[in-house]
Design a protein around this ligand. Sequence first.
Ligand SMILES: N[C@@H](CCC(=O)N[C@@H](CS)C(=O)NCC(=O)O)C(=O)O
Length: 87
Amino acid sequence: MLELWGRKNAYNVQKVLWVLAELELEYVHYDVGSTPGDLETPEFLALNPHARIPLLRDDGAIVWESNSIVRYRGSLRRGQAMVRRCA
Ligand SMILES: N[C@@H](CCC(=O)N[C@@H](CS)C(=O)NCC(=O)O)C(=O)O
């Protein structure tokens, strides 16, 4: 299961939302980052000790940092990479 944490009005989250939509991937969304302190809960810090959004969990894999998430998901699509390696 694909899960995304982050408020939808954060530009770094919007990058990831765009890629997930482009790839037509289903995911569960957790709207965090809007309420003060909700990125500093023990549960969220266990996922991302930097207390930042976006955060993606793909089964066991946890990826944070929007550009890393874009590259991670963009390189996995059915063997056809949306994002290619830089030369
Ligand atoms: N370089 C990181 C920056 C992450 C970042 O600073 N995210 C902001 C939102 S765009 C954040 O988590 N701010 C704290 C908050 O919204 O409470 C990335 O691209 O993911």
